[in-house]
Design a protein around this ligand. Structure first.
Ligand code: OTN
Length: 473
């Protein structure tokens, strides 16, 4: 039955009202999208992917703090060779609460700790190897850094994540694939059964030879199945997800075009290379069939571990704000690494620059000139639309902030934003994807109205949220 035009316009009015009130926009009665003439059209193909509840939580957190900490902290190396002496690990002032407070003050909602890096040294007492904190002077050999980490996360209201390097340059079974796969599964099982809820499990794809020079063949279906069984609400990170993908670089940027959907047949396991793999990691795939958003991991310092020689090379607050725009502002999540020192503390310079980033972000986004304004939304064919906002009062705008309702999937493929000064309209910004959030600086402009024009979408575009800020730095 086709909907009358009155019904269709009334429905759009509902959408506008819904969008303006911040409610969930609709445009489908469940039988399929409503086309401009009101006719019901069943989806020509399978419905496009949408985020799980855990993936939605992960994305809305926007910021997570990576903590590279282990024997490399004491050897001043980036990649340990597995021959390090556990007795070198002695963070005498370790205070995970200080890590959590520093992260929380900067607006981070989660932290991820390297429970074991490539060197094979385990930050928790494990039955799988002697190469752990149990053989170190930390807390007299009775220490458990993972325990102190998860406790600190919970006390500060942060989600906890764990990084467990598949590559292990110490374990004697590495390279004897079936045996080491059992060891790795046992390590994962200890971490996911002893320490309470873990929000993200992080699988690094960097790998090379083992202590006996052999290469390891991993059993990823087994690993991912084990996490699903032991911690079903966790998101798993790796090049191949399965829940969250690597963004394809460690420089701190997502692709300007960044889809949260991918074609899983392109990146099947961690550690793959090639142009098509890197393209898919950085940009996602417009015709993707699974929801796998990109995570942008980058370090506040040149290295991932703490090195005293880098104390004067910590990213500035301004630079960190730039990372926020090039990751969160491109439909990604920022996983910013802040390495604890040999004392087991976040360095004062790092903590200060994190706080400076927060202060700048709070100033930039202090006042939304479009807040409370009604969105006039109308369709332009099956894949186009226009959303117009009249500002409550003229305002100077320097930052545009667009957002799709990603609970309904990601739809916009190309758009532009126009602004009016009350006399004429002019284009302020062109873009491709929007997704969870699209941030962009424009030349500071005095405006009375804004409109976003959707030129292309992979399915009927839903109302896009439009925010506008003065962008005071
Ligand atoms: O030498 N590397 O292993 C390396 C150099 C530059 C950028 C990344 C890497 S390793 C890379 O790390 C990613 C996370 O940052 C993912 O885990 C990839 O799978 C891994 O290959």
């Amino acid at each position: 039955m086709s909907m009358s035009r009155r019904g269709f316009i009334g429905a759009i009015g509902g959408a506008i009202g819904g969008a303006a009130a911040g409610g969930r926009a609709w445009l489908s009665s469940g039988a399929g999208p409503v086309t401009p003439d009101g006719a019901m059209r069943r989806a020509a193909r399978a419905p496009r992917p949408r985020p799980s509840a855990s993936q939605l939580l992960w994305q809305r957190d926007e910021l997570a703090c990576f903590l590279h900490f282990g024997v490399n902290t004491f050897s001043d190396r980036e990649w340990g060779d597995g021959k390090e002496d556990p007795r070198s690990f002695d963070p005498r002032a370790l205070d995970a609460r200080q890590w959590a407070r520093s992260a929380k003050a900067a607006g981070f909602k989660a932290m991820i700790l390297t429970a074991k890096h490539h060197d094979g040294f385990c930050l928790w007492p494990t039955a799988t190897t002697r190469h752990s904190v149990a053989a170190s002077p930390f807390r007299g050999g009775h220490g458990d850094v993972v325990r102190e980490f998860v406790d600190a996360c919970r006390l500060e209201g942060l989600r906890a994540g764990l990084y467990l390097s598949p590559w292990d340059r110490n374990h004697p079974t590495y390279g004897d694939s079936p045996t080491y796969n059992d060891v790795y599964a046992a390590q994962l099982t200890e971490l996911l059964t002893r320490y309470g809820p873990i929000h993200e499990v992080w699988f690094d794809g960097a790998n090379g030879e083992g202590p006996n020079g052999k290469r390891q063949v991993y059993d990823w279906p087994r690993v991912w199945g084990l996490v699903r069984r032991l911690m079903p609400d966790a998101v798993m990170f790796s090049d191949a997800g399965p829940d969250v993908r690597w963004i394809g670089n460690e420089a701190g940027y997502a692709g300007a075009t960044n889809w949260s959907v991918v074609r899983p047949e392109i990146v099947t396991v961690p550690g793959m290379g090639g142009d098509e793999v890197m393209r898919s990691l950085t940009h996602g795939d417009r015709d993707g069939t699974v929801w796998r958003p990109g995570e942008t991991d980058v370090s506040i310092r040149p290295g991932w571990f703490y090195h005293p020689a880098e104390d004067a090379k910590v990213r500035s607050a301004e630079n960190l704000v730039g990372l926020y725009f090039s990751s969160v502002g491109r439909n990604s999540k920022l996983l910013l690494n802040v390495p604890p020192t040999r004392d087991g503390l976040i360095h004062a310079t790092d903590a200060a620059n994190l706080a400076g980033m927060r202060a700048r972000l709070d100033r930039i986004f202090a006042t939304d000139a479009a807040a409370g304004a009604r969105v006039q939304w109308r369709m332009l064919g099956a894949t186009g639309a226009v959303g117009e906002v009249t500002l409550r009062e003229p305002a100077t705008v320097a930052v545009l902030d667009l957002r799709e309702d990603i609970t309904q999937g990601q739809r916009v493929a190309r758009y532009y934003v126009e602004g009016s000064d009350g006399r004429s309209w002019r284009v302020l910004q062109h873009g491709s994807t929007i997704g969870y959030r699209r941030l962009g600086w424009i030349d500071a402009t005095r405006l009375t109205a804004l409109r976003v024009v959707i030129e292309d979408a992979v399915e009927l575009p839903l109302p896009v949220a439009l925010h506008a800020y003065a962008g005071e730095r």
